[in-house]
Design a protein around this ligand. Sequence first.
Ligand SMILES: C[S@@+](CC[C@H](N)C(=O)[O-])C[C@H]1O[C@@H](n2cnc3c(N)ncnc32)[C@H](O)[C@@H]1O
Length: 196
Amino acid sequence: MDRMVTLAHKFLEEVLSYGDTAVDLTAGGGWDTLFLAERTGVRGRVFAFDIQSAAIARTHSLLAAKGVNAVSLRGTEAGLTDGGVFLVNDDHQKIRSYVQEKVQGAIANLGYLPGGDKSILTGAETTLSCLRDTLSLLAPGGRMAVIAYVGHGGGPREAEAVSSFFEELPSTRWGTMKVAMMNRKAAPILLIAEKV
Ligand SMILES: C[S@@+](CC[C@H](N)C(=O)[O-])C[C@H]1O[C@@H](n2cnc3c(N)ncnc32)[C@H](O)[C@@H]1O
């Protein structure tokens, strides 16, 4: 059975094309950023956020090893004309300060950096604030995928908060979906929102 991350990529792959703009809200080890960069190509733009410089450094190294160029972005993207991967070492709640264009696909792989500092992790309130802002940037037909983990302290509360948020999105404007393992209660869940 596919892992939730693989499933998330499949759902995003269906709506991402060469030249699109995509966002990774939690760059971490860089695997989701790499996936988005490969789908959107050299003409596309990928904005990858992480609050930890160690994660941004890991993402940068992974991309470099795979032959993908990335640059650090320290302020608003106004005036950006080129494609590329833009690494943002900042809180994803500030997404609107960096991204002002329509986004076709976004991913948030929540929790902490595997092998990193487990005290730096996403939380229910900050995650909801960033997801709200990300949805406001989605283009019609665009999708946002969220992978929420229930195996750590604040995980169940965060997963519950994100599930409720997706449940309450108006069906006239959003299609939402939840994927969960029925016989493994501690497995991560995947939530998808698609803008009608
Ligand atoms: C599970 S990891 C992401 C995995 C990653 N997408 C990958 O492909 O390897 C979660 C990341 O979220 C980051 N994070 C936690 N809170 C954040 C925040 N408020 N803004 C941005 N990043 C945050 C952590 O630093 C951590 O690197």
